[in-house]
Each structure stands twice: as C-alpha cells, then as structure tokens.
Design a protein around this ligand. Structure first.
Ligand code: G3P
Length: 217
C-alpha cells in the first residue's frame, strides 16, 4: 500500500520523506488554510520535495471553471494530480482533464456508486472518506471494501486512495482490504509505530542493560 501524507506542512512532509514513508501528498483547501501559505507557492514546494503524485484541489463548482483551474494547477509540476469533487460537474472535469493526460483525484466520495462513476470518467485516484462516514456511525471501511470488489470485478485501473483517515487502525485495515493508497495526517503515520508492549519491553531492556553494565560505544 502506498502512503500519501495528508498535509500542506512542508516540515512534516520532509521528515517523513527522509524516512521513505512518502509516496505522495494530498492537500485540500482546508489544509492550505491551515498551512497559512499561498496555494501555488506551497504546492510547488511540495512538488519539488516529493517525486510522487501531489494532489491540489480546484475550488470552482462548474465544470468549465474546474477544467481551467485544473490546467493551471497542472502547470505547477509534472507530478500534480488535479483534485476535483465528486459532483456531476466534477466528473465532467475529471474526464476532460484525464483525457488531456493529467492525473485526476476525485475526492469527497461517500458511496460505491460514486466510485463507479469516477472510474468510468477516467479518474487516476478515487478518494473515499472513511472518517467522515465513521462520524455518522457508518463503517467507512466497508466502503473501501465495496469499491475494491467493484473495481476488481471489472478491472478498473482507478486507484483507491483511502482518505479521511483518523487512526492507525484505519491504516492496517485499509492495507488488509487492499486499498492502493492511504492518505493520512503525519501524526497518524507516526502513531503506527506505537505499541505499549514495545514501550514496556524496551523499558526492561534499558534496566537490564544498566544492571549488566553493557557498553557498546
Ligand atoms: O483526505 C481528506 C482529508 O483531509 C479529510 O480528512 O479528517 O477532515 O475528514 P478529515
């Protein structure tokens, strides 16, 4: 499973990238707001740092405007994936932008039918939002599994990019289901390293090493 980082925080991306944990980056208007940076400027910086796909989202609501914005975003760097919302207008923009050779990430997906339409419209990535479904007491992971089944049934090449990931558990569950990509905030990726038995075991090793007088360097 590829890891994308869901942030526009350059320092956080750089830290994970140095560890080989970053196969791509996803941003959205809320994350750009949080960064306090200009969208074109920060997106360019991310694209210079990371060689994989970097999603940058349009803000227009009409297809023609989304297409124009998508073309402009795609000029930033060759690794831009234009992000469009899963509306009828967004699907039109997806079709045109992918026919022109751009990577397109269709976002705000909350149903298997929406994912089916995005694949038909030539999306490179479909972004089903797990956490926001969980918030409504609907199991977001079931949606990932349903889309996996549907895409495999028909050999759709659109990659499932599990999004709105809130917990480390979401990451392993997505990997078990077979999501192609999971995008998560840096804190969630870091939390994947945590286990209380690791901490407990290490504590004992530190104590025993001191008692044994072990010195390596
Ligand atoms: O990738 C989409 C993500 O940014 C949304 O996450 O936690 O706001 O639902 P969240």
């Amino acid at each position: 499973m590829k890891f994308f980082v869901d942030t526009a925080d350059i320092d956080a991306i750089a830290e994970l990238n140095d560890l080989g944990m970053v196969d791509g980056v996803t941003t959205n208007p809320s994350l750009i707001l949080k960064s306090g940076r200009d969208i074109m400027e920060v997106t360019k910086e991310i694209c210079e740092l990371v060689s994989g796909p970097v999603s940058a989202e349009v803000i227009a609501l009409e297809a023609e405007d989304m297409i124009a914005e998508g073309r402009k975003l795609a000029e930033i760097a060759p690794n831009i994936a234009v992000k469009v919302p899963l509306t009828w207008a967004g699907l039109k923009a997806c079709k045109t932008l992918s026919d022109e050779g751009n990577m397109v990430n269709v976002t705000l997906c909350f149903s298997a039918n929406q994912a089916l339409l995005a694949a038909k419209a030539g999306a490179t990535f479909i972004s089903p939002f797990i956490g926001r479904l969980d918030d409504l007491n609907i199991d977001g992971l079931d949606l990932i599994a349903d889309i996996r089944t549907i895409y495999d049934n028909y050999g759709f090449e659109t990659q499932i990019l599990a999004a709105s990931i809130r917990t480390a558990n979401h990451m392993s569950e997505c990997a078990k289901i077979g999501a192609d990509v999971a995008t998560a905030p840096p804190a969630v990726i870091k939390a994947m390293a945590n286990h209380m038995l690791t901490d407990k075991g290490l504590d004992q090793f530190v104590k025993d090493a001191a008692q044994a007088g072990i010195k390596i360097l």
